[in-house]
Ligand binder design. Sequence first.
Ligand code: ATP
Ligand code: MG
Length: 140
Amino acid sequence: MAIERTLSIIKPDATRRNLTGAINDRFERGGLRIVAQKRLRLSQETAERFYAVHAERPFYRSLVSFMVSGPVVVQVLEGESAVAKNREVMGATDPAKAAAGTIRKDFAESIEANSVHGSDSPENAAQEIAFFFAGTEICP
Ligand code: ATP
Ligand code: MG
């Protein structure tokens, strides 16, 4: 067990429904601390680069279009085992399969418009945090 950081994104379906505070409450109640946060509109190019690992997946084009369709909130979450903890708080990718009380079960609209992104390993978390934040923007 160790203190980790993970990258979180509150997706356009959630910002559209004014759910930023409700989702942040789930993170904080789950023991995660928001140590950096900014709201922005992803460019097509940024969304394509961020999701480049999924470029060959059938949903890639649609996912990129969705992610540029409205504002997102990018965040660094910090806490004990933050990567796994955040994925627990988010719930399964598909809201129909997500456990009760998770963000995706309670807020997601579909497997694509599933309200939040969270890094899937400490290594990817470090890369994804550096993708969006300078070290000076993170304030633990
Ligand atoms: P994220 O990476 O956003 O935290 P995840 O790790 O649970 O979610 P991935 O498999 O990495 O899921 O997929 C990335 C994103 O692509 C999902 O969060 C979702 O928005 C979208 N996605 C995944 N699978 C599908 C699918 N079958 N159809 C449509 N969109 C999908
Ligand atoms: Mg993923």
